[in-house]
Design a protein around this ligand. Structure first.
Ligand code: NAP
Length: 515
């Protein structure tokens, strides 16, 4: 029997009373550890988080809580090697891809520690200027933001077990709100180990950070009106959560990050081999292969002028062909595994679904696996599809295959291109490639209403841009429509979700006394 990972709830470590669900190595097929949440006292544990963790955090200023984030970052930094080992074993990722998750988490914590330190010793935030409600400003309205007195429940996806926790926990803890995380089962080990290290180090108040691994049963039932729920995962699960009484009847505030059919667009007027052309090709290949395409922000659709369809197909395919796929422990491997056999099956099924409306430009099946047994390993080569019928290939605009798969789509003119990008019905990110700044700016604003982020690349940004799929804590993460309608990060904007806004109406003397 492998080790059963304990949960941390109510200020103590508790093992589930069931047999547990096994977590596997997606390359070697070995069982690694087990998780189980059977028999936990969720209402009691949640009450402890609110009453002990929340109360302790709220006695501190933003600067003091920012210092806690700094301390958490140091603990994680000290155990970084162990996290890389877990990521290799449980996520099947190559070192660079593990870094996106692990170092991305540490960087995000550090960023919020800095932002929080700048907020200083205050314990609430003023929201805008006061507005007069009477003659001579003798009675005024001042909006304030105060930390919610509930807890923040995170239900996370499998693809970012490290960053997925800390990109949410950093703003929550900075806001003074205790955290309960329920990681996706397939990769819960890394999240559990990070929480264990931080709890064992004693850098956070008791009840500030809890973890429940395994089944999600009962979690939402234990939520109360001032709690908040942040979910990352599939649109189907998101729909179930939105219908739950906690959300529908108890008004638990909810943030959803779901599927997204992100786009990359090469603007008109760029010659084959031009800087913009090459930047698009490089980024498409990178996005298809980093974390084997298991990124919510990965490029799924690539829009190019009709005349360039063949040349882009050739350039992307040539680079994809050089991608070595297989066991991440082998130094020559550039792309590791999908997370599970279930994901491998889902990617294969999704590919077949798209192929009914698209041709295969580069076939992932032609990649021989390095150091990995195809009967066991959840590895798959990258596949580039092409859809000549841009308008008719509706599956391409509506299907997220969560793996190393993208579809090239030709467009007639700028208006057609923008209309096609919008067929994603709301995405996390679109990236634009061109050399005409005015044309790029116009397209960026045209797409801003349907995208959480528009990543604009001209030759001046070539060497310094942060990447289409990289979520930076300074910028908004989330998107309207299909992407779930959520908003995360964006610097201090992230604190809004964990605060309650109230208007205090009073005479100026009282407002000055607020501090
Ligand atoms: P999923 O099946 O929806 O699972 C996500 C999380 O929800 C897991 O922790 C899962 O637990 C839990 N869950 C499942 N059913 C639940 C229920 N009825 N009540 C409460 N929780 C429940 O999604 P996934 O397949 O792991 O993740 C892949 C999807 O996530 C992709 O579609 C991707 O686009 C999306 N994603 C979006 C973002 C973003 O930021 N927008 C980021 C990453 C991924 P178990 O693991 O225990 O089932």
């Amino acid at each position: 029997m492998t080790e059963l990972l304990p949960n941390h709830l109510g200020g103590r470590w508790t093992a589930g009373t069931g047999a547990g669900m096994p977590l596997f190595d997606p390359v070697l097929g070995d069982e690694l550890v087990r998780v189980d949440a059977t028999g936990l006292d969720l209402p009691g544990g949640f009450a402890f988080a609110r009453q002990q963790g929340g109360a302790a955090l709220r006695t501190m200023s933003y600067a003091q809580r920012a210092a806690l984030l700094g301390a958490v970052g140091k603990v994680l930094q000290a155990h970084r090697d162990a996290y890389y080992a877990i990521a290799t074993a449980n996520s099947g990722t190559v070192k660079n891809d593990s870094g996106v998750d692990i170092d991305g988490a540490i960087y995000t914590l550090g960023t919020y520690a800095k932002l929080g330190a700048a907020l200083g010793e205050r314990r609430f935030l003023l929201d805008g200027e006061s507005a007069s409600l009477a003659k001579d400003a003798a009675f005024q309205s001042q909006h304030v933001q105060v930390p919610t007195r509930g807890l923040a429940l995170f239900i996370n996806a499998f693809n970012f077990p490290a960053w997925g926790l800390w990109e949410k926990a950093a703003p929550a803890l900075l806001a003074g709100v205790p955290v309960v995380v329920k990681p996706a089962t397939a990769t819960a080990w890394l999240t559990q180990r990070m929480v264990k290290d931080v709890v064992d180090a004693g850098v956070l108040p008791a009840g500030a950070l809890s973890i429940v691994c395994g089944s999600s049963a009962g979690l939402l039932d234990a939520l109360q009106p001032f709690d908040v729920l942040s979910f990352t995962g599939s649109a189907d699960t998101a729909a179930t959560l939105r219908r739950h009484a906690a959300v529908a009847e108890r008004s638990v505030r909810v943030n959803i990050e779901a599927d997204s059919i992100n786009a990359a667009l090469l603007l008109e007027g760029e010659a084959p081999g031009s800087a913009a052309f090459e930047l698009l090709v490089k980024e498409v290949v990178r996005e298809m292969t980093v974390k084997s395409g298991q990124k919510c922000t990965a490029i799924r659709r690539v829009f190019v002028p009709q005349a360039l369809y063949g040349q882009v197909a050739e350039a992307v395919s040539a680079r994809l062909a050089r991608t070595t796929v297989g066991n991440p422990r082998n130094e020559s491997v550039r792309m590791g595994a999908l997370v599970s056999r279930a994901q491998l099956a889902a990617v294969r099924e999704g590919l077949e679904f798209l192929k009914a409306q698209a041709e295969v430009l580069h076939d992932g099946a032609t990649h021989a696996l390095v150091d990995a047994d195809p009967a066991v390993a959840c590895c798959v080569g990258p596949t580039l599809l092409g859809a000549h019928d841009a308008d008719g290939a509706h599956r391409v605009h509506a299907t997220e295959v969560f793996g190393p798969v993208a579809t090239l789509v030709p467009y007639r003119d700028a208006a057609h291109a923008l209309a096609l990008v919008r067929r994603g019905e709301g995405s996390l990110v679109a990236s634009l490639y061109g050399s005409d700044d005015a044309q790029l700016a116009t397209a960026a604003l045209e797409l801003a209403d349907s995208h959480g982020r528009v990543h604009v690349i001209n030759p001046a940004a070539a060497a310094v841009h942060s990447g289409h799929g990289n979520v930076m804590p300074q910028s908004l993460h989330g998107g309207p429509g299909r992407a779930g309608g959520g908003e995360e990060l964006g610097g201090l904007r992230a604190l809004n979700f964990y605060h309650r806004r109230a208007a205090i109406q009073a005479a100026p003397g009282v407002l000055s006394a607020l501090g």
